[in-house]
Structure formats: structure tokens, C-alpha cells
Write a protein that binds this ligand. Structure first.
Ligand SMILES: NC(=O)c1ccc[n+]([C@@H]2O[C@H](COP(=O)([O-])OP(=O)(O)OC[C@H]3O[C@@H](n4cnc5c(N)ncnc54)[C@H](OP(=O)(O)O)[C@@H]3O)[C@@H](O)[C@H]2O)c1
Length: 310
């Protein structure tokens, strides 16, 4: 069996002679891949570079401490960091996800490596926002977070001001605004245009491409980083490809599973800074991480995937 480095070398060599792949994004990824490193993207507001495969915690981290699912998360996290990941998205309203994530990072001494993205969620008014953030810090066993996002546009004017206040105090590195529904894209775009946060987070997948219309061009124009959520449409996309073979060219771009194809599709849009797929299963985590290696998809390949998934 070939190692990942050998495999990437083979892929790069294969593609080096292919005149088709000449876009700047492909060239920059090809050079990253040849060094055996995960694809990285830059946060426009700071110039900081981050790995393009992140992870979510909705569902997957809402488990009982000490349960088999909880034990499996230790390995999910170990593989994530060993594979080059850092960005972990969570929220105080994902039941006990922050209370699970915090101790697991702390016990494995992984907090210094993590880029924690949490949220101000379901709160109203400055006092509630600040109190919720304090509780998040306690749950996450930390004194600051890398990204604080206003969840689903809730009370967004006040909560974004809270996030910015905390950023000024050094308790938050970046601010952001999130949503997960196509029906909210226009409102989110209006708010992003008006407030220019460091990050926006939105749903984006092979089957939900609405963000390409306004949000992604806006993010590129205004210099806003993008976290793409629901890359598997909450897992539904796996049913759509049941029994369908991957395209013949998949191996040439380092893809061996539909999960990798779905994630690489998202990363093939230059506006996307990172994807944040959620799983509680170690082998699926390893699978997802592989999407951060090897060439991106060309426009023709993306079109073929859209048609295949249906
Ligand atoms: N408004 C917001 O801010 C917002 C909204 C939605 C989501 N999010 C964030 O985005 C993250 C991702 O979204 P999501 O959790 O809704 O959905 P998702 O990532 O699209 O899908 C998760 C589903 O895919 C399955 N899965 C993961 N990796 C797989 C693989 N390699 N092969 C097969 N199945 C796989 C998971 O099952 P298993 O767990 O059984 O592996 C789970 O059922 C969330 O966790 C959250 O952090 C934010």
C-alpha cells in the first residue's frame, strides 16, 4: 500500500502533464499537496492561515460523558489534530457539546492547538450575551476563544456588538455571523454587507449551492472568511449516492469516498475558508480529513458531481 506522501506525489505527477488544470487555486493546492500538508486558507482580516478541514460538534458531541460514544470522541479528536485540523465549531445551545468538548481538549492537552469557534445563541440583550459567553468559557475550559459567532442572526445587532466588545478585550480573536438555511441567505448577505464581520458561516454542499449567488462573491469582495456548514446536508446526501460509483477520475484527485468528494467540492470554491463536517466516528473523521489533500476539482468535475448526486 502506498503512503499518503507517495500517493500525493503520484497524483501530482499524473496531473502535472494535464493542461486542463491550470487555475491558480489548483496550482496553489498542488504545491501544498506535494509537501504532504493539508490545504490551508487565509483569514482575510488578519492574514492568518488555517487548515481547510475543520469539524462540527452538533449531534456528534451531544453525548453522555463516560459512554462509548464519549470514548470514541477522544479518538475523533486525536485523529483530527494528528491529521492537521484545528477549527472546531460548537455552540452553547448544542445541549452539552461544549461541556464535552472542553474537558476532552483539556485532558488531551489539545486546547493550545485548537481554533475554537463558538456562538452567542438564543440570547437577547447585552447582559444575556455576556453571561452566555462566560458560561461557554467555563464549559470549554478556556479564557478566550478564536471565533465568536452570532448564531442564526438572533438579536444580531446587540450580539454582534457584544462579540466586538469581547474582541476589543482580547477574549475573542474574530467575530462572525452564522445561518444554515437557504431561506436566510439574503438576510445574512444584507447583514454581512452592513457589518463586515471577520467570518460568515453558511450551509454549502453539492445539493445546496445558494451561497454561490450572493454570499460567496460578497465574502471575496469584502475580505470575509467563510465556514461552510452542512457539507453533507446533515447526512442526507449519502442516501442520494447509495449504490452510485464515484466518477472514474476520483482517484486522480485523491478521492476514495463520497464524503471526500462532497467536502472537496465545497473547498473547490475559493471563497470557502474551511468546511466543518460533523462525525462522532473515528474512521469517518479520518475519511473526512483526506479531502484536504490532493488537487481541487475543476469546474467540469464539479458539474459532473452535481449531475451524479442529483
Ligand atoms: N446555524 C449554524 O451556525 C449551524 C447550523 C448547522 C450546522 N452548523 C455546524 O456545522 C456542523 C456540520 O453540520 P451538521 O452536523 O448539521 O451536518 P453535516 O456535517 O452535513 O452531516 C453530519 C452527518 O453526516 C454523517 N457523517 C459525517 N462524516 C461522514 C462520513 N465520512 N461518512 C458518512 N457519514 C458521515 C454524520 O454521522 P455520524 O456522526 O454518525 O458519523 C452526521 O449524521 C455542525 O456540527 C455545526 O457545528 C452550524
Amino acid at each position: 500500500m502506498s503512503t499518503r506522501r507517495q500517493f500525493i506525489g503520484q497524483s501530482s505527477a499524473l496531473l502535472a502533464g494535464t493542461a486542463l488544470f491550470s487555475s491558480s487555486s489548483w496550482m496553489s493546492l498542488a504545491s501544498a499537496a506535494s509537501e504532504g500538508e493539508m490545504l490551508r486558507r487565509t483569514i482575510p482580516s488578519s492574514g492568518e492561515s488555517v487548515p481547510a478541514i475543520g469539524m462540527g460538534t452538533s449531534g456528534s458531541f451531544e453525548v453522555t460523558p463516560g459512554s462509548p460514544q464519549y470514548q470514541a470522541l477522544k479518538e475523533v479528536l486525536r485523529r483530527f489534530f494528528d491529521g492537521g485540523g484545528t477549527i472546531i465549531d460548537t455552540a452553547p445551545t448544542y445541549s452539552n457539546a461544549e461541556d464535552v468538548l472542553g474537558p476532552l481538549l483539556d485532558e488531551a492537552k489539545l486546547r493550545p492547538k485548537a481554533f475554537i469557534a463558538t456562538k452567542l445563541s438564543g440570547v437577547s440583550g447585552r447582559a444575556e450575551g455576556l453571561a452566555q459567553f462566560q458560561k461557554s468559557l467555563k464549559s470549554l475550559r478556556t479564557d478566550k476563544v478564536e471565533l465568536l459567532q452570532v448564531h442564526n442572526l438572533g438579536d444580531w445587532k446587540t450580539q454582534l456588538a457584544v462579540a466586538r466588545e469581547l474582541k476589543e478585550q482580547g477574549k475573542v480573536k474574530y467575530t462572525g455571523i452564522t445561518h444554515y438555511l437557504d431561506s436566510a441567505h439574503d438576510q445574512l448577505a444584507d447583514v454581512v454587507q452592513e457589518t463586515k464581520p471577520d467570518f460568515l458561516q453558511i450551509n454549502y454542499s453539492v445539493t445546496n449551492r445558494g451561497a454561490e449567488r450572493r454570499l460567496f462573491p460578497m465574502a471575496q469582495e469584502l475580505g470575509i472568511a467563510v465556514l461552510a456548514n452542512r457539507n453533507f446536508n446533515d447526512g442526507r446526501m449519502f442516501n442520494q449516492v447509495k449504490g452510485k460509483a464515484l466518477p472514474g477520475w476520483a482517484a486522480e484527485v485523491g478521492i476514495t469516498s463520497w464524503a471526500q468528494m462532497f467536502l472537496k467540492f465545497c473547498l473547490s470554491h475559493e471563497a470557502v475558508t474551511a468546511v466543518i463536517p460533523a462525525t462522532g466516528k473515528p474512521d469517518r473523521q479520518s475519511d473526512n480529513l483526506k479531502a484536504g489533500f490532493g488537487p481541487l476539482l475543476t469546474p467540469a468535475q464539479k458539474k459532473e458531481v452535481i449531475e451524479l448526486v442529483g
